[in-house]
Ligand binder design. Structure first.
Ligand code: GLV
Ligand code: MG
Length: 324
């Protein structure tokens, strides 16, 4: 390992994260009763300008009055370039800060954006005498945010997670798509012709680089990488495919923009019984190898070594967290 230690963000289950518009209070109780891990009550893009003030009031009331159980509660504030943002932070943290676990900062572009919100939240927490510190979740969803993702990830002790906001990222990079997440038939390659002259189209994942870059910045700073929205809520297979590919790259969770996506995210982001069994088998085989003075052995015809222990421990630890 490097001499540089990586401090891990507080362990928080974040397999699924439900977006709930702050202007739709009739949806709050259903969200509270769901199996989601994290809920963010939205003040930003799901709320029209005329509804921002009322949405803030709805959120304050709901944080104070609804029993949200063990769920982690977040608010998505408005962007730092709007005049709504300061009041989102001041009103909600002052009036409901004790039930707030996280603040989600959209369209974060630089480390200074994080610093500014940190300064405000710190003052309010100190003035109110709150014991608990509110964590930050950042949506990486602009070209500027992606360019500065490493500095953003390192910008505050409050940082807990980075989220890939695919819709705004597409807009910011002027990607040629109008759907939220998913694949694009124009992001593809043609195979060479086979002996009969036939060619196949292989679709690619146009978000691979962005998601991978964000995962690296998150993990290098001890944060959770979380994949953002998948807009077509009538396509559970498409959602699961997107979630699996994010999980394979290292993401710990995915947004649900519809309650039907919660179970899909929880399923994909929880290690399966087979994965856990295999991980436990690796740990047992390596313990035996170590006792025999060996650093690497073969298990079911494949090499395993000390790196295998670290991979297996990640899965076993996740299973423990879910069971807790
Ligand atoms: C989320 O905020 C997104 O823009 O995808
Ligand atoms: Mg967005």
């Amino acid at each position: 390992m490097s001499f540089h230690p990586i401090e891990q963000a507080p362990a928080r289950l974040n397999r699924s994260e439900l977006a709930v518009p702050g202007s739709q209070p009739q949806m709050f109780q259903k969200a509270a009763d769901s199996d989601v891990d994290v809920i963010f009550l939205d003040l930003e893009d799901a709320v029209a300008p005329d509804e921002k003030a009322q949405a803030r009031k709805n959120i304050i009331k709901a944080l104070n009055e609804i029993d949200w159980g063990k769920k982690s509660m977040s608010i998505r504030i408005n962007g730092l370039d709007t005049h709504y943002m300061y009041r989102d932070v001041v009103d909600v943290v002052e009036q409901a800060g004790e039930r707030l676990d996280l603040i989600m900062i959209p369209k974060v572009g630089t480390a200074a954006d994080v610093y500014a919100v940190d300064m405000m939240v710190t003052q309010i927490e100190d003035a109110k005498g709150y014991k608990k510190r509110i964590g930050f979740e950042h949506i990486i969803e602009t070209a500027l945010g992606m360019q500065n993702v490493s500095e953003i990830a390192a910008a505050s002790k409050r940082n807990e997670s980075l989220h890939f906001g695919v819709a705004d990222y597409a807009a910011s990079t002027r990607a040629r798509t109008t759907v939220i997440g998913g694949v694009n038939e124009n992001y593809a390659v043609l195979t060479d012709p086979d002996p009969e002259g036939n060619r196949q189209v292989h679709w690619g994942d146009m978000w691979h680089y962005a998601l991978s870059r964000m995962v690296v910045a998150a993990r290098a700073n001890g944060l959770r990488p979380i994949d953002g929205p998948f807009g077509d809520f009538s396509d559970p297979d498409g959602y699961k495919a997107a979630a699996y590919r994010a999980a394979v790259l290292g993401c710990e969770g995915k947004w649900a923009i519809h309650p039907s996506q919660i179970a899909l995210a929880n399923e994909v982001m929880s290690p399966s019984a087979e994965e856990i069994a295999r991980a436990e088998k690796i740990l047992a085989a390596m313990a035996e190898a170590e006792a025999a003075g060996k650093g690497a052995v073969s298990l079911d015809g494949r090499l395993i070594d000390y790196a295998s222990i670290r991979q297996a421990e990640v899965l076993v630890e996740k299973a423990r967290q879910i069971a807790a």
